[in-house]
Write a protein that binds this ligand. Structure first.
Ligand code: UFG
Length: 332
């Protein structure tokens, strides 16, 4: 029996494939390689290049690999891009998810794990954010994910179909064994950009706004190591197997760091000056996003292993160095 991992050669998907294999599972990957990398499929995890919205392909994967469970990562993830190309996001994140869920229901696949996002909360006024916080996404990205959450809820009410929705906060770092990490050259995420400065791919970096209502004026986020997040998927799978019903949990540690604190961590770890300059605010950034992580801990029995900013940053930099070496000194 195999677990289908859609988007399994992307950043979080590839780390989850490794966590599944490390825990004795047999993953099979479907990825269209639009933002994933063929080489990330480890030996023993078959990769089928294709579209999750293609029911014939998915059905044949279900049959060939005896799939009974799905972990669904495939989708588009860049918030500003979603504002420019909303229809692409509704296609990739909502319409294709609907097709995939329909194929699952028709084929009798009854357990489904969905990669959602803190962006479903929009700009909440309360912190930390628990799962009962009002859902008010402010970007097409967040809306496209929330619509899929709602579909799952409705499908679970109508069919024998249990799901786990994992709402990710700020995912960062790389596999501590150096096997997988964030490999797209066009990065927008803070820690990835800082790592690119460290390895010399950028001359410096910007701090987008220092006049927010936070302790040092810069935005605060809950950075979670990608391996801990990958383990949360393994824990969610076990939970779905062990007891009926669906769950929704935040994936974060429950503590926040400001942009300045993250930059200071990178400077501490490397002894470098990142030449960070204050720049205007970036559109759509909420001042503070910190998870209430009680539910993931109690519902999934999940305990993080890498809740340490310096460690997160170190793995991100090690990964960036190995990526650069593998690419012969060029960013892509
Ligand atoms: N930032 C900088 N300089 C940079 C890059 C980022 O100051 O060069 C700041 C941002 O303005 C923000 C913070 O660092 O205040 C974190 O930004 P990221 O781009 O790393 O991450 P986001 O918080 O914007 O995005 C994350 C997830 C999304 C999710 C979103 C919810 O990556 O998937 O949170 O708001 F949708």
């Amino acid at each position: 029996m195999s677990v289908l991992v859609t988007g399994g050669v992307g950043y979080i998907g590839s780390n989850t494939v490794l966590a599944l294999m490390d825990s004795g599972e047999t993953p099979v990957i479907v990825d269209d390689l639009s933002t994933g990398f063929k080489d990330f499929a480890p030996a023993g995890a078959p990769l089928i290049q294709g579209d999750i919205g293609d029911p014939d392909l998915i059905r044949s994967v279900f049959e060939t690999y005896d799939v009974k469970e799905v972990i669904h990562f495939a989708g588009s993830i860049v918030v500003p891009e979603s504002v420019e190309k909303p229809l692409d996001y509704y296609l990739n994140n909502t319409v294709k998810s609907r097709k995939l869920i329909e194929t699952c229901v028709a084929a009798g696949v009854k357990k489904f794990i969905f990669s959602s996002t803190a962006a479903v909360y929009g700009n909440p006024t309360r912190t930390p954010i628990d799962e009962a916080t009002r859902l008010h996404p402010i970007s097409p990205y967040g809306r496209s994910k929330l619509m899929t959450e709602w579909m799952l809820e409705d499908v679970a009410a109508a069919h024998d179909f249990d799901h786990a929705v994992l709402r990710y906060f700020n995912v960062a770092g790389a596999d501590p064994k150096g096997r997988a990490g964030q490999a797209l050259p066009a990065a927008t995420h803070l820690i990835k950009i800082a790592a690119q400065v460290v390895v010399g791919l950028r001359d410096g970096m910007s701090i987008f706004g220092d006049d927010y209502p936070t302790p040092d004026g810069t935005c605060v986020r809950d950075y979670i190591h990608v391996t801990d997040l990958a383990e949360a998927h393994v824990a969610a799978l076990r939970r779905l197997r062990a007891q009926p019903g669906s769950i929704t949990v935040n994936c974060g540690y429950g503590r926040g760091f400001s942009v300045r604190e993250v930059i200071a961590a990178v400077e501490r770890v490397t002894g470098m000056d990142l030449r960070a300059q204050v720049a205007p605010r970036r559109a759509g950034d909420p001042p503070q996003l910190v998870a209430d992580s009680a539910a993931i801990r109690s519902e999934l029995g999940w305990t993080p292993s890498y809740d340490n900013l310096d460690f997160i940053v170190r793995t991100a930099i090690d990964w960036e160095r190995s990526l650069l070496a593998a690419r012969g000194g060029s960013p892509s």
